[in-house]
Design a protein around this ligand. Structure first.
Ligand code: ATR
Length: 266
């Protein structure tokens, strides 16, 4: 029986997820078809409902629906609730649709694969939107020495930091107040790169051997990674590996099979 899966978002044309999931399917021998479903916010509920009514197994969710789709789930994992972000929907055996987020665990899996500074490391996370929220709890689970969550307007961090209280050493900071601090890993999670920009950040953020990681991949990651290289970061990495790792975690939720991601990393 073919498992039908897909991606909902707007836009979705650019997505390379179908190729990733079809490669996992070929590798594991699972009969799975993955397609792109473009829908705007007004069409979201009807699209999701119809997909699962027709026997669909699971959906990935991308911008701008990661928050709104939570209202359509019968159940949302605790981590996804805290993150206020769902990137994976799957049909439950007894009926209903479960929502979870594999973005943050995908990031941590990629950082581990690369041997990036993580456990015991000083990590900065720049930006306070949905992309940043989705990775906070998995990063704290990896037990860094400290996770400094930084935003251009620190007032915007008050509620998010309260939402993750008690999960680990999380400290809010204003971007410009990072001056004088040094990090083993600086993760960029703002949308500035989509406009070809880099947030205003102080010089000297990278500790000796410090890494830079951008949650986006391809062109939008370049402004930050170029800046980080100029600042002396030892390694600069875009989010292509995170995309593959989060896809593998979604694939496992839908199929029960854990694909080997190594052949897909470039
Ligand atoms: P996403 O869901 O991709 O995270 P988002 O929710 O729009 O997108 O969040 C984008 C984040 O990037 C926000 O924290 C945004 O800051 P504001 O909340 O002040 O808008 C941040 N951001 C965007 N452009 C930025 C820039 N040039 N400098 C610093 N932060 C920026």
């Amino acid at each position: 029986m073919t498992l039908h899966c897909g991606l909902i978002g707007d836009p979705v044309e650019h997505s390379i997820s179908p190729g990733i999931h079809h490669a996992f399917a070929a590798q594991t021998g699972v009969d799975l078809k993955y397609r792109k479903l473009r829908c705007n916010s007004d069409e979201l509920a009807a699209t999701v409902e119809q997909f699962f009514a027709e026997g669909g197994r699971g959906l990935n969710v991308t911008l701008p629906h990661k928050l709104a789709v939570m209202a359509l789930c019968s159940d949302v994992s605790q981590a996804a609730q805290r993150a206020q972000s769902v990137n994976t929907l799957y049909a439950r055996d007894g009926g209903g649709v479960e929502g979870s987020s594999t973005d943050g665990d995908g990031l941590v899996a990629d950082l581990r694969r690369l041997g990036a500074p993580l456990t015991g490391a000083r990590i900065a996370l720049i930006g306070a939107g949905g992309a940043a929220r989705a990775v906070v709890e998995p990063l704290l689970s990896a037990q860094p020495a400290e996770l400094v969550w930084s935003h251009r307007n620190p007032l915007k961090l008050e509620q998010p930091v309260a939402d993750f209280a008690g999960l680990g050493p999380l400290r809010p900071c204003a971007n410009l107040a990072l001056k004088g601090d040094r990090f083993d890993l600086v993760i960029h999670a703002t949308s500035a790169g989509h406009a070809g920009q880099v947030p205003m950040l102080p010089h000297g953020l990278f500790a000796e051997g410090g890494w830079a990681y951008d949650l986006s991949y391809g062109q939008p990651a370049q402004p930050y990674l170029n800046w980080a290289e100029g600042e002396g970061a030892a390694r600069v990495i875009d989010g292509h590996g995170m995309l593959i790792e989060q896809a593998a975690l979604s694939f496992a939720l839908w199929t029960g099979q854990h694909p080997d991601t190594a052949p897909l990393h470039r």
